[in-house]
Design a protein around this ligand. Structure first.
Ligand code: UD1
Ligand code: MG
Length: 452
């Protein structure tokens, strides 16, 4: 692997009008993370690299998102959108301070594998002055075409609008990813003009200029999906599908079973352990860790949760942020858990809400139990001791503590703390009238008969 430092310049000044969104395009999300953050995350996988980003004016939200994704990242503002060369030039202070190589990526192209960047980089190491990442899209319309010499070497990039009919017939296109030795790039900025169909400063013109100076231009190719640029909502969905397909394969290759992989949706940061089984129709929002040997039954929605080893979740369970489930916990159907820690072996198997709680090891929360955590103004905590047993259809009005080993009788509304090993029952006592039902039936049948 190369020792040459790589500066990644991410272009994110475009507004993306085709999204029809109030949000800048690069903040649209794939697998719960903005496209921009996906691109910025690449640098963690590319050795010896650093990243800067170019945004448009009045894009403070993009600046903030970049800073959240990569704290302290250098952000440059391109005053006017005068073309891709002008956009890269906005990062000139970073380029001037950099002695290694530079690669230009787009913030709206979120599926680039780090290995592809490594291949581009290797080509610079092999002596190229400029490297273009090319691909063959199904429909080349709109892309810059790669013009090659008889020996197959790259001569120039011709933008679609400037291309002749013969050039438009070329299927090999520019992905937008260009890499340079930094001095070569800095040297061409002032030689790129805007006398072209779009009246823009094209970064792609750099290829011909560097060639003319005697430099070598190289071509590296990749799969179309690696460089899928997102301009519209349907392309966003297409990118999501590709991303998910990759994640499912990765999760399975690391030792999890997905019974119907195409129905399981991961977040960019989902962590899945070994010998985990995930049944169909499970959705993971951000921030989920699933430890080894967990079974997630069908139709669960899980976000911001840790699921401890050997736990069984669902079917039809909802784990919300702050759900922290210990080993061998059981969460059954129609149970919602939010901001609650459950000790090892604790169970809530049917129809319950466990919010803002601490549930001790081995405790059993009966069907229909509700932790009443909210008084309309504040949230309050419910604490359930180890091995406590909460009978079905109970309401625990927080703040409240149920002691270790205590029992709560079914149907109770518990408003006061319950001592360890005590029984708390809160309901009217049962009344029974012997023979009442039979007398009632006879009386009513007579009444009905009398009415004809
Ligand atoms: C560009 C390439 C084209 C390539 C295509 C791949 C040029 C001249 N053309 O064309 O060869 O096939 O991408 O998708 O480079 N941007 C800025 N500031 C600007 C202009 C653009 O930040 O002033 C950003 C955009 O936000 C976008 C990227 O650069 O992320 C590409 O710009 P775009 O206008 O989409 O270029 P294309 O015409 O698609
Ligand atoms: Mg484009």
């Amino acid at each position: 692997m190369t020792d040459t430092a790589l500066l990644i310049v991410v272009l994110a000044a475009g507004k993306g009008t085709r999204m029809k969104s109030a949000r800048p395009k690069v903040l649209q999300e794939i697998a719960g993370r903005s496209m921009l953050a996906h691109v910025l995350a690449l640098s963690a996988y590319v050795a010896n690299s650093s990243t800067v980003v170019v945004i448009g004016p009045e894009m403070d939200d993009v600046r903030d998102a970049a800073d959240r994704a990569m704290p302290g990242i250098e952000v440059f503002v391109q005053g006017q959108q005068l073309g891709t060369a002008d956009a890269v030039k906005a990062a000139l202070p970073a380029l001037s301070a950099h002695t290694g190589d530079v690669i230009v990526l787009y913030g709206d192209t979120p599926l680039m594998p780090p290995a592809t960047i490594d291949r581009v980089r290797a080509s610079l190491d092999d002596g190229a002055n400029v490297v273009v990442l090319g691909f063959e899209p199904d429909d080349p319309t709109g892309y810059g075409r790669l013009l090659t010499d008889a020996d197959g070497s790259l001569r120039a990039i011709r933008e679609d609008k400037d291309a002749s009919a013969a050039e438009r017939a070329i299927g090999l296109c520019n992905s937008g990813v260009l890499a340079f030795r930094t001095p070569d790039l800095v040297g061409v900025f002032n030689r790129i003009g805007n006398d072209n169909a779009k009246g823009e400063y094209y970064l792609t013109d750099a290829v011909e200029i560097i060639r003319g100076d005697g430099g070598r231009a190289a071509l590296v190719t990749c799969a179309a999906e690696d460089v899928l640029g997102i301009n519209s909502r349907d392309q966003l969905a297409e990118a999501e599908a590709i991303y998910q397909a990759r994640r499912r394969l990765a999760v399975m290759s690391e030792g999890a079973t997905l019974i119907a992989p195409e129905t399981v949706w991961f977040s960019h940061d989902t962590v899945i352990g070994r010998d985990v089984v995930i049944e169909p129709n499970v959705f993971f929002g951000p921030g989920v860790t699933v430890e080894d040997n967990v079974v997630i039954h069908a139709n669960c929605h899980i976000q911001g949760a840790r699921i401890g080893q050997g736990a069984r979740i669902g079917p039809f369970a909802r784990l919300r942020p702050g759900a922290d489930l210990g080993a061998d916990v059981r969460i059954g159907n129609f149970v919602e858990v939010k901001n609650a820690t459950l000790g090892p072996g604790a169970k809530a198997n049917h129809l319950a809400y466990l919010g803002d709680a601490d549930v001790g090891q081995g405790a059993n929360i009966g069907a229909g139990t509700i932790f009443c955590n909210y008084d309309g103004f504040f949230k309050h905590k419910t604490v359930i001791g180890e091995r406590a047993f909460v009978g079905s259809n109970s309401s625990l009005v927080a703040p409240v503590n149920i002691g270790a080993g205590a029992y709560v009788g079914s149907g109770s509304v518990i408003t006061k703390d319950v001592a360890s090993n005590a029984l708390a029952v809160e309901r009217s006592s049962q009344e029974e009238r012997a023979g009442w039902a039979e007398k009632f039936r006879i009386m009513m049948q007579r009444r009905k008969a009398a009415r004809g």
